[in-house]
Design a protein around this ligand. Structure first.
Ligand code: DGL
Length: 275
């Protein structure tokens, strides 16, 4: 069947997916991207499985309606709680030719190359931690590895409220890093398992003990998308390539633009949509 080429859809509950989008554009600058941030309903990290699945499905279907053939869930919470159901139940029934990919598997694959002590720490939302998706993937790929999972419920609200660079954020950044390093002092690699967290990176690095590496997912996901498109030329042919990016948000566009421009380090002009 002939397909009209479409943009690559990128979805997150809010601003976090921008850290992934930025790196995807670095790895694949020629492609077109359509970003949806569900800022009006963020954060997702404290919501139940059913709700995260419903919200994520709505966003994915909106991206499909707008012509995307490939959608990246640039959100760990959505990848943990909705990806499998979408792949197994939504795509085969309504969209057999479209694909939805998450961020957890490529991140876990990459982390095996990095840790020396084989003790890693995961900092993520309560939802991702409760799903144990990272633990399960680690057990499959590296059964010898020890993973400690710590939920950081205050980090996403700080970012969504524009407080990431304020002095108040320091208290909560230090609190969760101290907690995970106390639980397992042998950790040499801390994985930021929430796409919002790289926005806090300058503060996170301030409180991480020397010798411990902090891993953000953006670069890993960008490289893994490039690899996916190389291995799937039929999907690559369905991705349009004019080097553009368009932003959609469920919140007030002016509010989104202000913070998104700060996080993207380039002016952003979004359109408000309803899911
Ligand atoms: N950025 C998301 C993640 O990677 C979710 C944050 C949230 O909405 O709680 O988990």
């Amino acid at each position: 069947m002939e397909h009209t080429a479409g943009k690559i859809g990128v979805f997150d509950s809010g601003y976090g997916g921008l850290t992934i989008l930025k790196e995807m554009r670095r790895a694949l600058p020629d492609y077109d991207y359509l970003y949806v941030g569900d800022n009006a309903r963020a954060p997702y990290g404290t919501r139940s499985f059913d709700v995260v699945f419903d919200f994520t499905r709505q966003a994915v279907e909106e991206l499909f309606r707008r012509g995307c053939h490939l959608v990246i869930l640039a959100c760990n919470t959505a990848s943990a709680k909705a990806l499998r159901s979408i792949q197994q139940h939504v795509l085969p029934v309504g969209y057999p030719d479209r694909r939805v990919l998450g961020v957890i598997r490529p991140t876990v694959e990459a982390v095996g190359e990095i840790t020396r002590t084989r003790h890693i720490g995961l900092l993520a939302t309560p939802g991702t931690v409760r799903s144990h998706s990272y633990r399960m993937e680690i057990e499959k790929l590296y059964p010898e590895m020890k993973i400690t999972e710590t939920a950081c419920p205050m980090w996403v609200p700080l970012i969504e409220e524009g407080e990431a660079y304020g002095d108040g954020a320091d208290y909560f950044v230090k609190k969760y890093i101290d907690a995970i390093m106390t639980e397992d002092p042998e950790i040499d690699t801390l994985l930021l398992g929430c796409t919002h967290y790289p926005i806090l990176l300058p503060k996170i690095e301030k409180y991480v003990p020397e010798g411990v590496r902090v891993i953000a997912q953006g670069g890993i996901v960008g490289d893994s998308l490039a690899d996916y498109l190389r291995r799937h030329p039929e999907m690559d042919a369905r991705c349009s390539k004019n080097g553009t990016v368009e932003f959609l948000t469920t919140e007030n566009a002016a509010i989104f633009d202000r913070l998104a421009s700060l996080f993207m380090e380039t002016p952003v002009e979004s359109t408000r949509i309803t899911l």
